[in-house]
Design a protein. Sequence first.
Length: 675
Amino acid sequence: MTAGAAPQEANLTTRPGALPDACRRVGISGVSPGAGRSYAVKRIVGDAVVVEADLVADGHDVLRGIVLYRRVGAPTWKETALEPLANDRWRGSFILDELGAYEFTVEGWVDAFATWRRGLSRKVDAGLDVPVELLEGARLVHAGALRTTGDTAKELARWAAKLENDGPASPRIELARSDALAELMATVPDRSRATRYSPANEVFADPPRARFSAWYELFPRSAGPAERHGTLADVILRLPYVAEMGFDILYLPPIHPIGRAHRKGPDNSATAGPDDLGSPWAIGGEEGGHKSVHPALGTLQDLERLVKEARALGIELAMDVALQASPDHPYVKSNPEWFLTRPDGSIQYAENPPKKYQDIYPFDFECEQWVALWEELRSIFLFWIERGVTVFRVDNPHTKPISFWRWCIGTIKTIHPQIVFLAEAFTRPKLTYALGKAGFTQSYTYFTWRTTKTDLTAYMRELTTEVADFFRPNFWPNTPDILPEHLQTGGRGAFVARAALAALLSSNWGVYGPVFELMESVPRPGAEEYAGSEKYARRSWDWEREDSLRHVLARLNRIRREHPALQTNQGLGFHTTSNDLVLAFSKGTALRDDVVLCVVNLDPHHKHSAWVDLDLPELGLGPDEPFQVHDAMSDARYAWRGPRNFVELDPAVMPVSVFIIRRLARSEQSFEYYL
């Protein structure tokens, strides 16, 4: 911090009978991002955090302001200047150069020297004599010299002596108005009466995959050949397949021992046969619990090898953590007090009426031994982090206390800021957002059920404005729990369109495969769930089937990797179309040096055409500027000019065009160029 008395906080109280601290004249409000919030704003390491605030003071004095920032726990602040915008709004920025938690605030003060200098210039320009004003300036410069030491103090003392000299006024005025003196005085500001905004806001710098990732979900027990149970070794053999499709996070459902008591049969039937495998989410058996690997899948060493082999291909392994236990879990015997006992002596199992999950016991987070319970549950994450896992998909976090997640995630990320937590929270919007504020890095969303142009447009505007500081969406067209109606009936066109919407609207997306690329669409009667669900049985897949969508998924992921505009949810704009079944949207970088226009046919059964009225400034284009669009899905190229252009999309061929916008050089901007 620059030399000078320490500033006082903005929220001041006065002693009885004392005058209010009126000398601290700058009021600070509207600090963004995260003003007055109880959560950390989410950013990525390397980001510039743009800070804005309103700085107001009485009168017309010159104000100065700075942003103060530091790593949480650091002893000293760093600072960067605030610059005035308009209407008392100021802006500054700082870089998040390390992973982890930061805090920042704003400080403002009246700059007496700059105010004096401006007033002096006005009087001189008006032809007035300024002998007293020069003496006032000398006093201010003397005070500046006393706020520092060494050569700067000596130089300021010399300036002050020249200003108070009783010689001719003209050279003294020239010295007083010189830029050199102004620059020197700016290095020793008088911040003794500065106001500092309190409390400081927080921002967390996550790893890049928090903002940009492509997830692929795979059941290990179905990864092997048809004749036997799959293993983690089989998953290793599938890694090139996942990598070729361009996915960089491989998510495995729970890999732990599965309980036998009340084991579920096919499609959640209450009775299991002797060969039924049960649900991986019924965690725990005589072989171990949350810190064990199911013997049929392999060993801890196999898991560590999978992590290593995946990382060599640019893939991070995501593990599912479901904080619940089967009746056979070791916790039930060792710590029965962690579960809710009913009046008849039985332990309460999980329910979501009319569904019953007799094979799952929820933890009682408010039990008398809650401290020991919470610490043990946190230790599950730490156990797998020690074995190289950096990404966790958390099952049903909305059924556990928000305070638990704030504590658990907060303490883990203090030690391991690289960890990513995905919330599987299909619940009420405000509860979903509360989990984001509590520390979850990403979250599942309602994208699965947003199908119309109106719904998709409104939802994306909400996600990219109102909640963007604390909520990162992750779009999934399907999950093991959800086979939406449009995938049941829409055929290949629906699968391609929904994959494109997920991958292009959201910088984080995922699919549950291989049922997705193989277009499994048979539901359990009367439900949005898969018949023959992998949640309860092992399946066998024809990974090389000719009609597989794996090449489409690979192309979408390649386009995402090649275009920075698609690696964030910022820079999103929607464009008017003449057909409500055709959606047009674009994403562009801040400088519009990378702009992508996406047009999607929302009807999976019929060909549709539309006139697209482009918002040319959103694309970084002039009103009559010719430009080229390259459809990265079909590799076709077209010459366009102006805002109104025609598109036609056939879902039987390809329901989406991903147009890469290319501005033309002057030599290309003629009709003859295209002949």
